[in-house]
Design a protein around this ligand. Structure first.
Ligand SMILES: Cc1cc2nc3c(=O)[nH]c(=O)nc-3n(C[C@H](O)[C@H](O)[C@H](O)COP(=O)(O)OP(=O)(O)OC[C@H]3O[C@@H](n4cnc5c(N)ncnc54)[C@H](O)[C@@H]3O)c2cc1C
Ligand SMILES: *[C@@H]1O[C@H](CO)[C@@H](O)[C@H](O)[C@H]1NC(C)=O
Ligand SMILES: *[C@@H]1O[C@H](CO)[C@@H](O)[C@H](O)[C@H]1NC(C)=O
Ligand SMILES: *[C@@H]1O[C@H](CO)[C@@H](O)[C@H](O)[C@H]1NC(C)=O
Ligand SMILES: *[C@@H]1O[C@H](CO)[C@@H](O)[C@H](O)[C@H]1NC(C)=O
Ligand SMILES: *[C@@H]1O[C@H](CO)[C@@H](O)[C@H](O)[C@H]1NC(C)=O
Ligand SMILES: *[C@@H]1O[C@H](CO)[C@@H](O)[C@H](O)[C@H]1NC(C)=O
Length: 532
């Protein structure tokens, strides 16, 4: 009797809570919208979408690249604001504070855990989607660019190539990734051995802080300017623009993408690669990826290694570098293609190089599926036996796509001090590992997550430890969550925080305490202030 009474009361209270939340979501968006209108005369209601607007869902999902986060998170935003003016963002912040609503800022929407548009917390939130603040101005004279926070990498690369054949920028491969999130977490790409990360070339920025002030490098000060170059998005304020230095590239560069099966000694080649990956000429970056494929011979699942490579120079020079340092790959001229830097952007994004560069302007994600990624850092080569044991785990997965990507270190990437930016994974790493699983339906999610978590736990003995480092741009909520996105406890945050930022975590907490002591800008993995 007693238990059923208790459970009845419990059910009743849970129901009441749910009803209150649903109600508060509906009330909130009207109240919030009214506040926006009263705060801003700059046509703000033309860019504020509530669930009552028919385009709400399509805008909510428009940059969604990973179907997993929105499939599990119950709470949708009460409103999506697509500002075309900075004053809209200031109003959004003012009204959110006034009405106790959270803000998620979205640039390219590629966050691995969907933190820019979903929330595990029960707190109502609005999305500030920067897609319409995406202009880019290039100054070839000074080799610099101002890039608005909502621009994508594809838009940036396109704009640079329009102005110059010998200027470029070093950042990620996927053109639909946004600079807002990407530059906030590091930014690794095919030229990172030559130039380092995107954050290593940011020279100024404009941010709107918790008080709605627009600050540049000088007015924000060097501490905050340090923190936003790698401390992770969604923590310190809303970046409305970055200023970067552009980088010199030759007019002709060379790419290759060589695939080897296990029968073609993929394992031995990968083993050898570990000894040259971080030491070879920094103009060359060889990024192998292991994937599962159906064998063309017997239809069974097997693995293949694809060696994706960019060389900042002509093919003859590349062949002589390869002959000197990695003859085992037996690279020949026919495997290589000379092209311009912007064509290499198309190539690595999976387009034909004959395609118009205008495809880089599309914000529609290239592949949409359920996805989970994780990362690791490797400091000692893994033996051939070790690799074979890892392949066994990879081969357990038969109907989904799985990958391990090996991103080499060395060169400029490893020369920069681990304290220069919040991104701490520098000297001492041979390569960064990325694990990925892709699948087609939410009914498979549990199984795929179990698989990738098992692989990750198996990998522990091969990778960095104390802390087991991870790359914040490959966001992974398995590493820890701040009390479901509500005020985090410092203790939980220091677990995932030390993995992403090592000793820089403490400095990030200090700076957060200075600039946003009430923890207004927060998500499941944002840096907490000390008080919490
Ligand atoms: C297909 C794909 C390919 C990728 N390739 C690479 C790669 O080659 N190299 C690499 O290093 N990484 C890569 N990544 C990871 C990528 O760098 C991160 O997911 C990055 O955070 C995405 O930025 P975004 O603006 O698109 O994402 P969003 O989801 O918009 O934002 C990510 C986080 O930053 C916050 N944020 C966004 N905009 C702002 C802003 N203006 N101010 C403050 N905070 C902001 C968000 O709230 C969220 O917390 C890839 C990801 C995907 C999905
Ligand atoms: C959303 O719907 C309201 C009510 O129909 C309308 O007044 C408003 O203009 C719409 N907003 C947008 C951005 O289309
Ligand atoms: C973005 O701006 C364009 C051009 O002004 C406009 O047509 C479009 O509706 C805006 N997008 C959103 C989602 O408001
Ligand atoms: C693989 O390696 C073995 C031993 O080094 C060698 O004999 C063989 O020719 C290689 N196979 C291929 C396809 O390169
Ligand atoms: C590779 O180097 C060897 C000697 O180290 C040389 O004999 C050979 O011709 C070179 N091959 C190419 C293609 O450069
Ligand atoms: C490289 O080759 C692999 C295997 O054929 C292919 O799946 C991949 O799309 C290619 N990558 C690039 C960048 O061309
Ligand atoms: C292999 O083929 C099967 C049957 O066509 C398919 O279901 C599976 O997804 C494929 N696997 C890979 C890794 O391509």
């Amino acid at each position: 009797m007693e238990t059923s009474n208790t459970s009845f009361i419990l059910t009743y209270f849970i129901l009441l809570l749910v009803i209150q939340q649903v109600e508060s979501a509906w009330i909130n968006h009207d109240v919030y919208l009214k506040c926006l209108q009263s705060q801003n005369s700059n046509s703000i209601s033309e860019v504020a979408y509530t669930p009552k607007n028919s385009s709400f869902s399509s805008i909510f999902l428009s940059s969604e690249q990973n179907l997993r986060p929105a499939s599990t998170s119950a709470l949708k935003p009460i409103l999506i604001l697509v500002p075309f003016h900075e004053s809209h963002i200031q109003a959004a912040i003012y009204c959110a504070k006034k009405h106790g609503i959270q803000i998620r800022v979205r640039s390219g929407g590629h966050d691995y855990e969907g933190l820019s548009y979903t929330s595990l917390s029960k707190h109502p939130f609005v999305i500030v989607d920067l897609r319409n603040l995406s202009s880019i101005s290039i100054d070839t004279e000074s080799s610099t660019a101002w890039i608005q926070g909502g621009a994508t990498l594809g838009e940036l690369y396109h704009k640079i190539a329009e102005k110059s054949k010998t200027l470029a920028f070093a950042a990620g491969v996927c053109p639909t990734v946004g600079v807002g999130g990407h530059f906030s977490g590091g930014g690794y790409g095919m030229m990172s051995r030559k130039f380092g990360l995107a954050v290593d070339h940011i020279i100024d920025a404009k941010i709107i802080d918790v008080n709605g002030r627009i600050l540049d490098r000088q007015s924000m000060g060097e501490d905050l300017f340090w923190a936003i170059r790698g401390g992770g998005g969604g923590t310190f304020g809303i970046i409305i623009a970055w200023k970067v230095e552009l980088l010199p590239v030759p007019e002709i560069i060379t790419v290759f993408n060589l695939t080897k099966t296990l029968d073609q000694n993929a394992t031995q080649l990968l083993h050898k690669w570990q000894y040259i990956a971080d030491k070879i000429d920094p103009n060359l970056l060889i990024r192998p990826r292991i994937t599962n494929v159906n064998s063309s011979q017997n239809g069974k699942i097997t693995l293949q290694a694809t060696f994706n490579s960019l060389f900042l120079g002509g093919v003859d020079e590349l062949l002589s570098v390869m002959n000197r340092s990695f003859p085992e790959l037996s690279l020949v001229k026919e495997d290589c293609t000379e092209m311009s830097w912007i064509e290499s952007i198309l190539f690595f994004a999976g387009f034909a190089t004959s395609e118009s560069v205008d495809v880089l302007l599309s914000r529609t994600p290239l592949g949409i599926a359920y996805f989970k990624g994780k990362s690791d850092f490797v400091k000692q080569p893994i033996s051939e036996n070790g690799l074979e044991a890892i392949w066994k785990r990879m081969l357990e997965e038969v109907d989904g796509l799985v990958e391990m990507e090996f991103s080499p270190y060395g060169g400029r990437l490893s020369e920069i001090s681990e304290y220069a930016t919040p991104f701490p994974h520098r000297a001492g790493n041979i390569y960064m590992l990325h694990y990925g699983a892709v699948w087609g339906s939410s009914s498979e999610s549990e199984e795929k997550l179990t698989w990738i978590r098992r692989l990750y736990s198996y990998m522990a003995s091969y990778v960095s430890s104390s802390p087991r480092e991870a790359y914040v741009n490959y966001r992974d909520l398995d590493l820890g969550v701040n009390n479901d996105g509500n005020h985090p406890s410092y203790k939980v945050a220091s677990i995932w925080g030390t993995k992403y930022f090592k000793n820089n975590f403490e400095r990030l907490v200090h700076i957060k305490t200075e600039v946003d002591p009430s923890d207004f800008f927060r998500n499941e993995q944002s840096i907490p202030p000390f008080s919490s």
